[in-house]
Design a protein around this ligand. Structure first.
Ligand SMILES: Cc1ncc(COP(=O)(O)O)c(C=O)c1O
Length: 639
């Protein structure tokens, strides 16, 4: 390959492990991370072409943009990397317990993502974290029921009502391992009450009754705080959890009820994107201190797990600086070492047995495995008022043909006048030349608005909501210099539907001249597999994208297999989600209006409306096969 312009997007910074530019000048995925061998990279452009040609599941419509490409092998690699990191940190420091983590469902609730997490993590008893009743139901259906110990955790976080707690208790009766994490002191009374009520439904068998006893955790509100957007989760005034003294009171209450053996886990979560290992260490050390006090001073000798929550960050801008919400100054191994070291030192100092370390790492598990593919619809320069460089060049050429003629004869006055004309002409040429020079420089800096088949609200809600930046780059032509500066304009909102902030901290992204004759020009939004699908909004009733699941082949020919293509929600589903009955409120009403009254007899209007309405209702709302028609040829002049 002659040139590789991947560096313009800092691909080595945020993507070194999983992404590269191949010899074709295309973005490629390294599905096995560091263990990807030469020839195993997957060409993203080829995946897009094949996805477009693949018939989506359960649909007669064709695949369409926007798309999310998912690479399950990357997900698997993230889970392996996390477990290897903790195992090696524990082995190398003589840690005497184990790591057993959970995936927080809120990060990406998609069925295949959650099922993959459980399947890929099974060998490490990787569990799930739920923060609501629907998430709990998903966890109850996805986690395996097993008699083998240790069972995967089903961590139940979030504010809870009686129904949530009863459902969590019933999950234990099913043979799962739910742990009800108390966010507030009041929740303990609900647990005791629901336990008593549900107990009456148990068979009269002591062994079953014993097994059914709740296991509870308490969420600690730590004083260690994060800077930036994610910092509001911890500190004295944080929304969730209890301060140390409240935790000790709950332990006392449990002791009085004879239920202290229920308390087996201490949890904290100080926020997402912890910027440095120093902060990780401080938070874990503070929590481990509370853990040791519970064991040593409050009789909580059944405590066995310290759940350090989420916060393992992703280096979105690839700077490894940790100086903004877009960057963290460490990798998974450094994070694991900081956690293990902090717990070990605190427990050793207090003479407390090392607990099982759990984390609820979400962002760092799910981000890398998927990318959003945006299709360019058109690209136009931001309008400028002055002459174009072409017009200026023409004027210079015109002027050069009109050089003042030399006078015939040598009269002084005529020579003087000719000199003055030459001077004037020269000045004019000079001025135009200068203007042209300026214009050429300005052209090079012209901002082009790339209109993309995109809704910022549906695909990148964190960009809109919290100013989150994601790496973005063209999928192809990366061996050709991207000479234009582009912003990405979506098809929804005038004021907010525009991407003009990028990880480079520039307001534009280097892009190529859009030439429809060369085929599609696609921009990938990378490291975007966490939170975006879960938080997505429905502005203008645009909604989810087409989902494409791409499996890698272990051969070394860059092979891949598209396992399935699932279209995003069609208009009827989205309209239905706004409480319309599509049949009664939309179809029947439009039919009636189109046909008109009996006297109006407008059946022909209904015949026109009906197929168009059906197509619009049954397809995704994004622009489909967008192409501006060629202008009609001028009619031949009549001779
Ligand atoms: C309680 C809890 N656990 C885990 C997470 C996941 O955090 P992260 O994605 O930073 O790993 C969150 C999300 O903010 C959370 O609120």
């Amino acid at each position: 390959m002659d040139k590789n312009y991947g560096e313009l997007y800092n691909i080595l910074g945020w993507g070194e492990e999983y992404f590269a530019v191949n010899t074709e000048g295309h973005l490629s995925v390294k599905p096995f991370g560091r263990w990807t061998e030469p020839g195993q990279e997957i060409d993203v452009h080829s995946v897009i072409v094949e996805a477009l040609a693949t018939q989506p599941n359960d649909s007669t419509s064709k695949s369409q943009f926007p798309m999310i490409l998912r690479f399950p092998d990357v997900l698997k690699n993230r889970i392996e990397t996390l477990h290897n990191a903790f195992n090696s940190a524990m082995e190398s420091t003589g840690y005497t317990s184990r790591y057993q983590g959970v995936f927080p469902i809120k990060v990406n609730q998609n069925k295949y993502v959650v099922q993959d997490m459980v399947r890929f993590g099974q060998q490490w008893n990787y569990g799930l974290e739920a923060g609501s009743k629907p998430e709990l139901l998903i966890a109850m259906s996805c986690l395996p029921v097993t008699e083998a110990e240790p069972k995967p955790y089903l961590i139940c976080n979030g504010y809870k009502d009686a129904d949530y707690i009863a459902l969590a208790l019933s999950a234990r009766a099913m043979g799962l391992n739910p742990i009800i994490v108390l966010e507030m002191e009041e929740e303990l009374a609900i647990v005791l009450d629901q336990y008593r009520k549900l107990q009456q439904k148990l068979p009269d068998d002591d062994a079953v009754r014993k097994k059914f006893e709740p296991i509870i955790g308490i969420r600690a509100k730590l004083l260690t705080k994060l800077p930036g957007h994610f910092g509001s989760t911890a500190g004295k005034h944080g929304k969730f959890g209890m301060l140390a003294d409240q935790i000790y009171e709950v332990a006392e209450t449990l002791g009085k009820e004879g239920k202290l053996h229920w308390l087996q886990l201490l949890h904290f979560h100080i926020g997402s994107m912890i910027p440095t290992t120093g902060k990780v260490y401080d938070a874990v050390s503070e929590a481990a201190g509370i853990y040791c006090n519970l064991v040593n001073e409050h009789g909580a000798k059944w405590l066995a797990t310290l759940d350090c929550g989420g916060g393992l960050g992703v280096d979105y801008d690839g700077t490894r600086s940790g100086d903004s919400d877009m960057s963290v100054a460490y990798g998974i191994q450094e994070y694991a070492s900081a956690v293990v070291q902090a717990v070990r030192l605190k427990c050793d100092y207090n003479g407390v047995a090392h607990p099982v370390v759990c984390t609820e790492s979400g962002r760092a598990m799910a981000s890398h495995h998927s990318m959003i593919i945006l299709e360019t619809l058109s690209a136009i320069p931001e309008p400028q008022d002055e002459d174009t460089s072409e017009q200026l060049l023409n004027r210079i050429q015109d002027l050069s043909y009109k050089q003042p003629r030399a006078p015939v004869g040598g009269a002084t006055a005529a020579v003087y006048s000719h000199a003055a004309d030459l001077k004037k002409h020269g000045i004019e040429m000079y001025k135009l030349g200068k203007k042209l020079g300026k214009r050429v420089v300005a052209d090079a800096n012209t901002v082009y608005n790339y209109h993309m088949n995109l809704s910022v609200f549906s695909l990148l809600p964190d960009f809109w909501g919290i100013g989150q930046l994601f790496p973005m780059m063209p999928v192809s032509r990366l061996n050709e210099e991207p000479t234009l500066k582009g912003t990405l304009v979506d098809i929804t909102c005038d004021s907010d539907g525009k991407i003009e902030n990028f990880i480079s901290r520039e307001n534009t992204l280097p892009l190529h001249l859009f030439e429809p004759s060369l085929g599609g020009y696609y921009v990938a939004v990378l490291v975007s597999g966490a939170y975006q699908e879960a938080i997505a909004g429905k502005h203008n009733l645009f909604s989810g994208p087409t989902l494409v699941r791409v499996n890698s082949s272990t051969t070394k020919d860059g092979g891949f297999e598209i396992e399935r293509v699932d279209l995003g929600p069609a208009a009827d589903e989205i309209i239905g989600s706004m409480r319309y009955s599509v049949e009664e409120d939309i179809i029947t009403v439009i039919e009636k209006k189109a046909k008109g009254t009996e006297e109006e007899e407008r059946v022909w209007a209904w015949e026109m409306v009906e197929p168009l309405m059906t197509k619009a209702l049954t397809t995704m709302p994004y622009l489909n096969e967008y192409k501006v028609p060629e202008p009609e040829p001028e009619p031949e002049p009549i001779p």
